[in-house]
Design a binder for this molecule. Structure first.
Ligand SMILES: [Zn+2]
Length: 206
């Protein structure tokens, strides 16, 4: 899942003239975590961790070099993610394939399938206009996990609730157990990384 990139320390000084403490261009607060590692001599690496990008740099790297290197590493991670992300057209096509293969009795197709920033749900389907939304947390997820959510929402085109017919169709998905384990594991990790207040609230409500 995590994409690792590393590059040698050849620096570009584009950002050196920024005043200390100013925000790096194109980066929103809290999205990037920079870790200074004593074990690193000159390598810099970056990887995605949930909603954040972690950049690990040598402990002795100068602030000016950090300003130059970090945006480059972040841009590489984003470009790699964009290349690995299915287009919305491809999502709709995949839904068609899953229905033909696993539930040919459903002939309805979504009018649109869109990526959406959703934290609480993995996907949603509005039956009346046949629109499907998929959480962008699934960008870069294993195929079986994305397929499972796509198939779940596709069944909702025909059955709006999670009744017996719905469950019977969903049970045809071959890797349901693996997919559920992935999705539950992702949510557990997100909860563990949540702000202390949010975590307390979750724990006290159990
Ligand atoms: Zn559902």
């Amino acid at each position: 899942m995590d994409s690792m990139l590393s590059g040698e320390g050849e620096f570009d000084s584009r950002f050196e003239d920024l005043a200390d403490g100013s925000t790096l261009p194109g980066i929103s607060e809290g999205e990037i975590i920079v870790i200074r590692s004593k074990r690193r001599k000159k390598n810099i690496s970056a990887y995605r961790q949930g909603g954040r990008i972690v950049v690990s740099i040598p402990a002795r790297m100068s602030k000016a070099d950090e300003r130059a290197m970090v945006p480059e590493m972040v841009a590489k991670i984003r470009a790699q993610e964009a290349a690995n992300t299915m287009s919305e057209t491809a999502l709709a096509e995949r839904i068609g394939e899953l229905l033909v293969e696993l539930a040919p009795e459903i002939t309805l197709r979504p009018s649109t399938v869109t990526w959406r920033g959703m934290r609480e749900r993995w996907g949603s389907c509005t039956g009346v206009d046949r629109t499907i939304r998929i959480s962008d947390r699934l960008k870069g997820a294993p195929d079986y996990a994305l397929d499972y959510v796509l198939f779940h929402e596709a069944i909702h085109l025909q059955y709006f609730d999670h009744g017996a017919e719905f469950k019977e169709l969903l049970a045809r998905f071959p890797k349901a157990e693996l997919a559920t384990a992935y999705l539950d594991g992702y949510e557990a990790a997100e909860t563990a990384l949540a702000a202390p207040e949010a975590l307390k609230k979750l724990l006290s409500s159990q």
